[in-house]
Design a binder for this molecule. Sequence first.
Ligand code: HEM
Length: 391
Amino acid sequence: MSLGLSYLTLTRLRERAGSDAVRLPIPGFYAIGGPDAAEVFYNAARFDRQGVLPGPVKKTLFGENGIHGLDGRPHQARKGLFLAVNTPESVARLLELTGAAWHAALRHRRQLVLFDEAARVLTAAACGWAGAPIPAAGVDELARNLVAMVDGFATLGPRHVLARLARRRTELWAGHVIDDVRRGNLRPPSGSATAIIAADPTLDRATAAVELLNVVRPTVAVSWMIAYAAHALHTMPQWRRRLADGDPGDAGDFADEVRRMYPFTPFLAARVRTGFRWHDLDFPADATVLLDVYGIDHDPRVFPNPDVFDPDRYRQRPPGLFDLIPQGAGDRETGHRCPGEPVTRAIIEQTSTILARSTYQMPPQDLTINLRRIPARPASGVRITPVRPWP
Ligand code: HEM
């Protein structure tokens, strides 16, 4: 059962009201969008995250007591853990693992569903990178659970039940990894996410497991972006040639346009600290405000011709801190913006280039992207038949 929401719901409500700020039909809830909204939303003097995540989202996507719901100093301290594993050196280590895994996958498989294969490749690579060992025989099951946690957070039906079960199972796994390190039975590489998180004395076992999953799960969630990148290469083959020719700037712009254009995060929520007025609307203290992330990434005032896939737009105007916001906005180090953007971008760049340089066929399939399904994805998962792997 869906909650009746789509990626366009908040934009439609704002359009109907003729304003970038609207009161929602649920008491105490508001939505904001438009060119200036992200800057307001990421002003920590106006908003915090305390108590904002609904139970069903914590029981599936994020877990209890994780970084997403923290504010102020505790948030800053926790953020350091995640920034430490998103350095250029750390990202390069991850790419070595993903590159080798993709090569093997495209060489040995006759036909594959790219989304599912990406989830397996990224699960094995993310666990290796994070220093959280998973035997080869366990990769498939862990991949399915990590995907399920993301896939089922925004629905009430069977996908949500699977997501809850998946969180219980993955927290069990991550808790054992933390125990093993703390008891001296496992020595993860220094600087790895497991080493850093397990060594933090402020994190109890359960919270450490939640935060380890906050590294591994979203890394695997880049599978959505890989399926979207393949969709873009299929529908705009000129980009196959450009990426295959290897201008590194092209790959970065392509990755940014995939992140902007295709639906993943619909909106974000925060709580008003002290009441304020914006666009002729009063936002009282304690109100919940939704930032229309998808709407801002498709707002013609921010991105001219927003429905055209055009990576070259970033050459003319590099993205600012508050406009290209598929992974949040503002300062990554001090605010809530996603610390995993370098990882996400790098994986999309690498995989898109590998795909552009490989020869494969796409059998007839349903590539529809349903904006009423959150998170959306190409219906077929993108089926490909590799013919010749990249050299
Ligand atoms: C936060 C999206 C990949 C770790 C976020 C936020 C979004 C987001 C929208 C919320 C920002 C906010 O609350 O203001 C995505 C997408 C990804 C992705 C679409 C790729 C498909 C990653 C990766 C990692 C990561 C690869 C880690 C390696 C986190 C963490 C937070 C976060 C720890 C919480 C940050 C905070 O509250 O300060 N992400 N993310 N994400 N992301 Fe990502």
